[in-house]
Design a protein around this ligand. Structure first.
Ligand SMILES: [Fe+2]
Ligand SMILES: [Fe+2]
Length: 284
């Protein structure tokens, strides 16, 4: 079981909302209206950990270790939402999300293959870590800069925890399961590590998750401003090619370690994936 150890290591570095955020350093002259509004959008997006947790628990019923870890992940993601809401409550109360706005991102996700979802969320955490690091640079108000830095570190740790479960899937559950995991991780890896910006930002909250609700079945589509994410990435935090490249390298680097093979480019990973399919067509 990984849960006890992950619990311990994450508890050891956990920050405290009252003590570790430099609330006293707030400087209102350094917070613009457009910056404040993006904090609201991030707060609501973080709240989507709620439907994601419901999905994880449902799709991993046979895995109590992972489901126990979800308690830590869920707690920390809701805390991300809460710290952003607390910032707005103190300094821009008119922008605090309503309960209705938060509840809107809670809708059912279609069942999905657990291994693919795991990899998707690993990549999502890596990506969010980079987005928040850029957000910390872009913001000018010291308290919110500190918040984004702290939260970005949590997202990196979440990626690390998911990676542990990915490693476990490869090693400890028999040959067939390991091969299936390899295929699932490389398949999603190819999609998520494409360095150039695709039409749609590649994050779990921006992917379609419920056929019946299409096209309004992404978390982002349920936000008060559904188009805000692209504007945030392109014109505010300026998440450019160089940053996309960092996300891609991080994913490829970790998959290289995981599979004990070197992937310098997405094409390398795609070749590896095709090789797996050739050797075991039954897994396709
Ligand atoms: Fe988060
Ligand atoms: Fe996270």
């Amino acid at each position: 079981m990984l849960y006890p150890e992950l619990f311990k290591s994450m508890e050891a570095v956990r920050w405290n909302m009252a003590a570790d955020i430099p609330w006293d350093e707030f400087d209102g002259s350094k917070l613009s209206d457009e910056q404040a509004y993006t904090i609201k959008m991030n707060a609501i997006t973080e709240w989507a950990a709620l439907p994601a947790t419901e999905m994880f628990l449902r799709d991993n019923r046979d895995d109590s270790d992972f489901c126990a870890f979800m308690s830590v992940w869920f707690f920390e993601e809701q805390k991300h939402s809460l710290v952003l809401i607390e910032y707005l409550r103190r300094f821009r109360p008119e922008l605090v999300p309503t309960e209705e706005e938060l509840h809107k991102v809670r809708f059912e996700f279609d069942p999905a293959p657990a291994l693919e979802t795991l990899m998707l969320h690993f990549c999502g955490e890596v990506r969010l870590n980079h987005w928040y690091r850029r957000a910390a640079d872009w913001h000018t108000e010291p308290v919110v800069k500190a918040i984004y830095k702290i939260v970005a570190q949590d997202e990196a740790r979440h990626a690390g925890a998911y990676l542990r479960y990915m490693k476990r899937a490869l090693a400890h559950r028999g040959q067939d399961f390991g091969q299936q995991a390899r295929l699932a991780f490389s398949k999603i890896g190819v999609l998520m590590a494409s360095a150039h910006r695709t039409a749609q930002a590649l994050h779990p909250t921006n992917l379609h998750v419920n056929k019946q609700l299409f096209p309004n079945d992404t978390v982002q589509s349920q936000l008060p401003s559904p188009g805000w994410l692209e504007n945030w990435l392109d014109h505010q935090i300026c998440f450019d090619k160089e940053w996309e490249g960092k996300v891609s390298s991080r994913i490829l680097h970790n998959l290289s370690l995981l599979f004990d093979t070197t992937f310098n480019t997405v094409q390398d990973l795609n070749r590896y994936r095709k090789g797996l399919l050739r050797n075991e067509p039954s897994l396709a």
